[in-house]
Design a protein around this ligand. Structure first.
Ligand SMILES: [Zn+2]
Length: 298
């Protein structure tokens, strides 16, 4: 069941913490950092957390990568790509903060290695990279704060957008976190407007997220035609709640969909929640995330 971890740096971190699961270690370290920084309301102050981790400065510069961290006098400097959207910069900073956990565990020599020029060679340890992304999610959307925020919100598409705004993360990052923390059954689709060859328009799949226990997956080729109620209504009103036929697994079937339009990465994206519960209309009215079905997964 458990993944085999090969990275020496990952092993060093687990050893130092006396915990065998790297994922658990990294989430715990991120969570302790958020507590040490007394972050009780979103958005989390990355400057505060960076300072605690010995990061002397966060420099926003033009880069060909998202960001990197390098040793500086008695600490580190983080460089982040100023060309990226604000929310992505925040994710990059949180990711680089997480690298300091590994540097610390690996000792001085490893820390020196991180001083190499900012090339891909800095990011060769894919296990460490994946764990830094996991830590970044915990830093930006701490479990306790995220859960508190959800208590007063219903499980509808608009909630995802609100969470992204409150935590200053991308809609996709908020969607992924939300999916991690519920046992409800749904798919979240981000749909973009496309022009079709026959002169009509449609909604095509940009990305999707779903809770781990949901089997259904939207095909990459998923297309909602201009004639569909979902397209017609979001195009006119900016939101939609109702039945829509979708080809999620081969043949078209009718699903209950709750959707909202957002200006996202300088274009209009439709965020659609496809409810997979047996009584979707009831579910969408009553789904509050404070119910017992809401829990931490993993
Ligand atoms: Zn990295």
């Amino acid at each position: 069941m458990g993944k085999i971890w090969r990275s020496d740096r990952v092993k060093a971190l687990c050893e130092k913490m006396g915990i065998s699961s790297p994922e658990r270690v990294i989430v715990q370290m991120a969570s302790q950092l958020v507590q040490a920084g007394k972050q009780n309301t979103p958005p989390v102050s990355l400057e505060t957390l960076a300072t605690i981790r010995g990061i002397r400065e966060i420099r926003k510069v033009s880069l060909t990568i998202d960001g990197y961290i390098t040793p500086a006098e008695s600490g580190y400097v983080v460089y982040v790509n100023s060309q990226q959207p604000f929310t992505r910069q925040r994710f990059s900073i949180a990711h680089e903060i997480a690298h300091t956990f590994f540097f610390e565990a690996a000792g001085v020599q490893e820390r020196h290695r991180a001083a190499e020029p900012p090339t891909d060679s800095l990011h060769i340890d894919s296990e460490e990279e994946a764990l830094c992304n996991k830590a970044a999610a915990e830093i930006l959307m701490p479990y306790g704060l995220f859960k508190d925020e959800l208590r007063t919100k219903r499980l509808v598409a608009r909630t995802i957008v609100e969470l992204a705004t409150v935590f200053q993360v991308s809609i996709r990052a908020a969607a992924r976190r939300y999916c991690e923390m519920t046992e409800r059954r749904f798919l979240l689709l981000a749909l973009k407007r496309v022009a079709l060859p026959e002169g009509t328009r449609g909604l095509a799949l940009d990305w999707s997220e779903k809770p781990g226990h949901v089997r259904a997956s939207p095909p990459k080729s998923l297309l909602v035609p201009e004639s569909a109620p979902l397209f017609q209504t979001v195009d006119k009103d900016g939101f939609f709640t109702g039945r829509q036929s979708l080809a999620l697994g081969g043949q078209s079937e009718e699903y209950f969909v709750d959707a909202v339009d957002v200006a996202y990465a300088s274009r209009t994206t439709t965020i659609a929640l496809v409810v997979l519960e047996p009584h979707p209309e009831v579910a969408i009215r009553t789904w509050a995330l404070s119910d017992p079905q809401f829990r931490l997964v993993g």
